[in-house]
Design a protein around this ligand. Structure first.
Ligand code: NAD
Ligand code: ZN
Length: 361
């Protein structure tokens, strides 16, 4: 499968499937005939597993590689600076290319290095997590600041994405869940047949049959691409991608990053957003079935014990997607019909209380 992404003036391909990495070499030869050097940025885990394979695929005499720490530790100013220093030492120039090889953290880091090195050099995303079906598409790249996640970054599109699903076979269960949560989100905000298909076909996350994997990742990317196409710079409907994220981000921040995966926190946020949605709309959605399904897949569906509701509310207000001090919440009026609604503190506090008691049921 190849999906074409339009973002502003740019169009780029996303190749999805088992074995698509085999197309990388000819892509580079045809699109970058004057290529001076290649820098792979990867993390220690992905590097240990697959770096040799990737280098072999490239078939070049020299390839530079920068191995960074796994996870959020990659998205620091120090690591970013190291990558730039390395690129300068190796004399990369504007005819060089950066390959980002890893999950969303590596993609965000490497994309920001590419965006800022010599005012921007091309980069290719080679994602290796389910989550990266989301993060590798859309052009948001960033590193973190101690005062906030993703606070330093850019909108910068890759020249191509090669999403070879072979790499996904080594993902641990928590990372499978983290990424699959974004697939669920893409289904809930886009269309009920995609959502129903998921509930019927995906009953465990380990050993997902290859055709199913291709199916839902392709659909998920199409949903993301559709949103990015009409709203590259996040002024309007791109906010819908934030479904489940307002509370999800607050949970991640309150627990400390790494204590729970992004998607696992977002899933709790989605259960809550569905509860809120039903306060305004009696839509045809079986929340009980949803909760049972995600529990069976291994997700937690209620707030982790010990979190303070008022602190969560404060975090939601600090979210950079909140405007001023009011919380703009993404709700559904139907499956596939997201919209943004302003919600007051008292209403949210009351509903968080109900959520804790009922678990969203
Ligand atoms: P990640 O890169 O931290 O990967 C998660 C973990 O899985 C890491 O420990 C990594 O080493 C490991 N891993 C990666 N591929 C593996 C493989 N094939 N086999 C075994 N282990 C593997 O992050 P992620 O979960 O992919 O993404 C989360 C990051 O993405 C966050 O930093 C988030 O801010 C960012 N994000 C960005 C966007 C965007 O639009 N730019 C969207 C969503 C999330
Ligand atoms: Zn997310």
């Amino acid at each position: 499968e190849t999906i074409s992404i339009k973002a502003g003036e740019q169009v780029y391909p996303v190749h999805v499937g088992f074995g698509v990495i085999g197309k990388l070499q000819s892509f580079l030869q045809s699109q970058f005939p004057k290529l001076t050097s290649v820098l792979i940025i990867t993390d220690e885990t992905v590097g240990a597993l697959y770096l040799k394979d990737l280098i072999q695929e490239l078939g070049l005499d020299t390839v530079h590689t920068k191995i960074v720490p796994a996870g959020e530790k990659a998205k620091t100013f120090d690591v970013y600076y190291d990558c730039l220093s390395y690129a300068l030492e190796k004399r990369l120039d504007r005819k060089s290319i950066i390959l980002s090889f890893g999950g969303g953290a590596v993609g965000d880091l490497a994309g920001f290095v590419a965006a800022s090195f010599m005012r921007g050099i091309p980069f290719i995303q080679i994602p290796t997590t389910i989550l990266a079906h989301d993060s590798a598409v859309g052009g948001k790249v960033a590193i973190n600041h101690p005062l906030g996640k993703n606070m330093i970054g850019a909108f910068y599109q890759p020249v191509a994405v090669f999403y070879d699903l072979h790499f996904l076979t080594s993902l641990p269960p928590a990372e499978l869940r983290s990424g699959f949560a974004e697939v669920i989100k893409h289904a809930l905000i886009s269309d009920s047949s995609f959502y129903n298909w998921l509930v019927e076909n995906i009953t465990r996350l380990e050993d997902i049959p290859a055709p199913s994997m291709v199916e839902f990742l392709t659909k998920g990317i199409q949903v993301k691409a559709g949103v990015v196409e009409v709203d590259e710079k996040e002024s309007g409907i791109r906010a819908h991608l934030n479904f489940g994220h307002t509370l999800g981000h607050a949970i991640e921040a309150e627990m400390g990053y790494g204590a729970i995966t992004h998607g696992e926190a977002v899933t709790i946020g989605m259960v809550f957003a569905l509860q809120l949605s039903e306060r305004f709309h009696k839509f045809d959605f079986n929340r009980r079935e949803f909760i049972q399904w995600v529990k069976h897949l291994g997700y937690q569906t209620n707030l982790p014990k010990g979190l303070s509701v008022s602190k969560l509310l404060e975090r939601m207000k600090q979210d950079k997607k909140s405007f001023g001090q009011t919380i703009h919440y993404v709700l559904l009026s139907e499956v596939g019909q997201p919209y943004v609604r302003e919600l007051g503190d008292d209403f949210l506090l009351e509903n968080l209380g109900i959520f804790i008691k009922t678990g969203g049921l």
